[in-house]
Design a binder for this molecule. Sequence first.
Ligand SMILES: Cc1cc2nc3c(=O)[nH]c(=O)nc-3n(C[C@H](O)[C@H](O)[C@H](O)COP(=O)(O)OP(=O)(O)OC[C@H]3O[C@@H](n4cnc5c(N)ncnc54)[C@H](O)[C@@H]3O)c2cc1C
Length: 394
Amino acid sequence: MTVVHRSPAPHVVIVGGGGTGGALALDLALRGLRVTLVERGEITSGTTGRHHGLLHSGARYAVNDPESAAECIQENQLLRRVAPGSFEENDGLFVGLDEEDMAYGEKLFAACGETGIPARWLSAAEALRLEPNLNPALKGAIQVPDATFDAMRLPLRWFATAKAHGALIQPFCEVTSLIVHDKCVTGVRGRDHRTERDFEISADIVVNASGPWAEKVAAMAGVDVPIQPSPGVLLALRGRFCNMVINRMHKSGDGDIVVPQRALSIVGTSSWIVDDPDDLGVPEDHVQKMYEEGAKLIPAVRSAPFRQAWSAARPLIGSRGAATGRELSRTFKCFDHMERDGVEGFVTISGGKGTTARAMAETTADVVCRKLGVDAPCRTRDTVLLPHTAYYTA
Ligand SMILES: Cc1cc2nc3c(=O)[nH]c(=O)nc-3n(C[C@H](O)[C@H](O)[C@H](O)COP(=O)(O)OP(=O)(O)OC[C@H]3O[C@@H](n4cnc5c(N)ncnc54)[C@H](O)[C@@H]3O)c2cc1C
């Protein structure tokens, strides 16, 4: 692989082609930097292409994780403007099935108010009018501005627009080591799986945007980042049983979301902790739990035809020792390894949600520009994205 850039601007190499890397490639390209993104597989083949496709309102995190909730609602509103056509603007319901749920609903409603998430109470009859397949025994519901999107196609719009602004996107290029001189990262080495040839790319800064693999990539620079890969199982069923995103009105638990995606219903998810994000598996008892818990929200789930079950790992920030991952925040963090570890030229971004990828990119690009002495504002807040199909034609 030969990387040829025409402009003399500083060069940033991004490791990881998920939503975070794609949004970052666009942000940096719009600020006038030269960008090369390397992804070991196909673009979005990590966690990004395998999640529910829920554009979080933030309500799910409002009670226990208000920082993440506030990030979600801000991005939820912003992304609808810059990515028109990518969302089914269907809203979500938090459904209370018993008195305990309804007590949690009071806390949820108050927390939505505190974090700026529009929310309104619905009676059981109102909720059933909107979603006739809900459990008819429900006690009440809260409506919030959740939405749905295609987990692969929305990020492809960042990649497409980044390419149109000069970024080089290199799928199937795996970074196997970082080039480090005197505690300064000056580039990456790896293998191009398309040609089976090794490559070497020099950079002014390398950004580690490798999601749940961030700990492994950081170790190549001799630094430790506290990433806990936390997988969850998703179950796709044939049949669209709801038009809104249906959430259980309780503290996050297994099988308590049903997301409509085209003619399917996706039931999610579970949560556990692994050491290796390449070794997840799909535990059968988790699949059964999706059926059981999902059917409490929508009884038709119990006998719906199976389409697929899979797992993906969240890149959560937290020191080792977490029990299931549910206790860890969904917020994100950008590490400047010079400030933290005395290693220059190397930055890690991790944590967050698919919903907050653009905000993660903005924070990271601010750090990169500060380090490079580049004075350029973020433009991803108001740059309307190209359609996902432009990724293949640009
Ligand atoms: C079960 C589940 C459900 C979820 N549901 C939702 C949801 O509905 N809505 C939402 O907003 N969020 C959801 N999330 C969270 C969301 O999926 C993640 O936060 C997000 O996808 C992370 O994106 P990323 O780009 O940081 O990581 P990734 O998408 O994992 O991207 C990292 C990339 O780095 C690549 N890489 C790794 N090592 C190397 C290397 N050495 N060289 C080159 N490339 C490398 C990987 O192949 C990968 O493609 C969910 C997560 C899980 C696990």
